[in-house]
Design a protein around this ligand. Structure first.
Ligand SMILES: *Cc1c(COP(=O)(O)O)cnc(C)c1O
Length: 378
């Protein structure tokens, strides 16, 4: 069993991917080939925003957004405490301060009440200017943007949506990666829509920010790559990756997004109360970047992981360490008492094998192992 079976996925769409890659190699248009702009048009249309700007990875995408806004020294950026490191890393990278916020027990996403309290605390302290809410669509489910917009508006902040795990998800009819003033995603192979290496994209409705980001990602170019008007970076999606994504995209939309709903349904039936299964809010549609359950405590989680290992079932802990405890952020002062939920989650969550090509038998095996173990702890 594979945690995420990219081999099976390739077999399901091999001729399209091979043909797409071969076209690039034959034309040798490896950088800035027409497939890159074709992909950008296609993704912008799907998401429902004016601009999609591809770049080298999802981390750069976040950093480019912060650069376009001129975020830096003296700015506070509010980030969930329970997420992948990059969501906080980019904040420090531009010289601003990541202010971590606890998450919801059930959805694992930003807790809007905690967000409001933290923004007010920072305002009262008066050392930093609340500048951005960087919300994350964790494990495929979007954060609660209507409430996040309200809080952001009230405190004059911008919203940055980290949709690295959220692409393909929706709230009502509105697509993930359209919820931020700027939104980003990642095409890392294991993400909902993955390429065959690194890749990322920025989405926005605002022309001015789109132009700035197109400049920042090619050495701060002016009218050409050799006319440099600002300090930028070299962050491009190469044509081979764009061609892989163009080949995979139709399968993702027409087939995979439905298949992951089916697999999530099978898991839900399997567990039937034994473990806490993922909670999707009313009206939300998850793209299921991960299928993450909660065990009663760390001991039981360790036991389940051992049993999985003995039976060749892969699994992973996303995330073992809340952001406020990462050594890299040791120079900031965080109060342990602000993070009870993310601390508990880091001890109890377990992400199970999950992908669109998983069979019902594989799901049953995972369910059987957990039920077996459940008997022991009862
Ligand atoms: C994967 C991920 C990123 C970074 O994407 P890369 O393409 O690996 O740089 C950022 N944020 C979250 C929440 C992620 O899961």
């Amino acid at each position: 069993m594979k945690f995420r079976d990219l081999g099976k996925q390739y077999q399901a769409m091999k001729s399209d991917i091979d043909a797409s890659i071969n076209t690039v190699i034959e034309k040798a248009n490896f950088i800035h080939g027409e497939q890159v702009s074709e992909l950008e048009k296609c993704l912008a249309k799907y998401v429902g925003v004016r601009h999609c700007i591809t770049c080298a990875n999802g981390t750069d995408a976040l950093q480019l957004a912060l650069m376009a806004w001129g975020i830096g020294k003296g700015d506070a950026v509010f980030v969930p405490d329970f997420t992948f490191f990059a969501s906080g890393e980019v904040v420090s990278a531009v010289g601003a301060v990541p202010v971590f916020v606890d998450v919801r027990q059930d959805t694992f996403n930003l807790d809007c009440n905690a967000l409001e309290r933290m923004v007010e605390k920072i305002e009262e302290e008066g050392r930093l200017r609340p500048a951005v809410v960087l919300a994350v669509d964790l494990f495929g489910q979007s954060a609660e943007y209507s409430r996040i917009w309200e809080i952001a508006k009230q405190h004059n902040m911008l919203v940055l949506e980290d949709g690295a795990q959220g692409f393909g998800g929706r709230i009502g009819e509105r697509k993930a990666c359209s919820f931020g003033d700027i939104s980003t995603t990642s095409f890392f192979p294991a993400k909902p829509l993955g390429c065959y290496g690194d890749g990322g994209a920025v989405f926005t409705d605002y022309d001015e920010w789109a132009d700035l980001i197109r400049s920042y990602c090619v050495h701060g170019k002016g009218f050409s790559k050799y006319d440099n008007v600002r300090i930028g970076m070299n962050s491009r999606l190469d044509t081979l990756q764009a061609s892989v994504l163009l080949a995979k995209y139709p399968y993702f939309i027409s087939r995979e997004l439905e298949q992951v709903q089916t697999v999530a349904g099978w898991y839900e039936e399997q567990f039937n109360g034994i473990v806490k299964t993922p909670y999707v809010l009313e009206g939300y549609y998850s793209s299921w970047a991960q299928y993450t359950v909660k065990l009663l405590n760390r001991e039981i989680r360790d036991g389940v992981m051992r049993l999985f290992a003995e039976n060749g079932v892969p699994c992973a802990v996303y995330y073992e360490k809340p952001m406020h405890r990462q050594k890299a952020f040791r120079d900031y002062q965080y109060d342990e008492a602000d993070y009870p939920i993310s601390t508990e989650l880091s001890r109890t969550v377990l992400s199970l094998p999950f992908h669109p090509y998983m069979s019902r038998d594989e799901v049953s095996l995972v369910g059987k192992l957990i039920s077996e173990y459940a008997k022991e702890w009862e």
